[in-house]
Design a protein around this ligand. Structure first.
Ligand code: ADP
Ligand code: MG
Length: 262
């Protein structure tokens, strides 16, 4: 693996009123890595991702991406610089086709705006072929090309997550952050997701994923960071962190069974 650091979060603190959701968090993500962030519910994982992707500004700390301080950049600008994401609560337009939903991810790389994309007017028309060729390529790679004309509302939950990943990928990111991508998926879908994440990795895109499914984390990640109460309590490969007494205690303390981390 290439040992260049692509993303560095330094001393990140994010508070909500009095509550410290993320507390002096430090993480270094290496280029090409599949890096999992795990931890009990409420440990600050989503908030941390939201700081990295620009949905929240931290009270303290810096986010460095590709050597550049992006702490104050807007989300949209971070996407342009190469940071894509999916959401824990899927955010797709239910009444639009899958194809259109995925195409929305490309507007960051084009000189048309989101409204034009939705309305199918203006410069968008001229770039339409180029856009949809790329949407079709990514959809083929993610094995959803045959359902592109369907509405999102017709899709089972697991497939919606794949559509969201496709939308993130058409922005041609350097890094993609997936917030609980396996949530709500059956075993077959989880195996397909693992293949997709390997494909993303093979395409030289770094992957950060928050995940609760420990078999999946073990299968897919090179590095695991464990959060509890907003802070990092362990980091390393899966076997190292899952045998760490503090990690086991963090999970047991929240009522999660021991086999959740083993
Ligand atoms: P995780 O993703 O690890 O489950 P979150 O980052 O969602 O954890 O939440 C961390 C803590 O911050 C929790 O106590 C949660 O209730 C709180 N929190 C998260 N988002 C908000 C918000 N927008 N406003 C207030 N509190 C929040
Ligand atoms: Mg979360």
């Amino acid at each position: 693996m290439d040992k260049k650091i692509i993303l560095k979060a330094q001393n990140i603190t994010k508070k909500f009123s009095g509550l410290v959701a993320v507390n002096k968090m430090n993480v270094e993500i290496y280029d090409g890595e599949r890096h999992a962030i795990i931890g009990p519910n409420g440990s600050g994982k989503t908030t941390f991702i939201n700081v990295i992707t620009g949905f929240y500004t931290p009270e303290e700390g810096q986010v460095i991406f590709d050597g550049q301080d992006i702490t104050l950049d807007k989300s949209y600008d971070r996407t342009k610089k190469g940071i894509s994401r999916t959401f824990q609560n899927i955010r797709l337009f239910d009444d639009m086709s899958i194809e259109e939903n995925i195409a929305l991810g490309m507007h960051v790389n084009s000189d048309y705006n989101l409204l034009e994309t939705i309305l199918h007017v203006g410069r968008y028309k001229k770039q339409e072929k180029e856009i949809f060729d790329y949407v079709h390529k990514v959809s083929e790679d993610l094995k959803i090309k045959d359902i592109l004309k369907q509405n999102v509302s017709e899709l089972p939950y697991g497939k919606r997550r794949i559509v969201e990943i496709a939308r993130g990928l058409v922005a041609k990111p350097k890094i993609i952050l997936l917030d609980e991508p396996a949530a709500g998926m059956n075993n077959k879908e989880v195996l397909e997701l693992a293949d997709i994440i390997r494909y993303i990795s093979d395409s030289k895109i770094t992957v950060i994923l928050i995940e609760h499914n420990m078999d999946f984390v073990k299968d897919i990640s090179n590095t695991v960071t464990v959060m509890e109460s907003g802070a990092k309590i362990a980091e390393g490969d899966f076997d190292t962190v899952s045998s760490n007494p503090q990690v086991i205690e963090a999970y047991l303390g929240k009522g999660v069974k021991r086999n959740a981390v083993n």
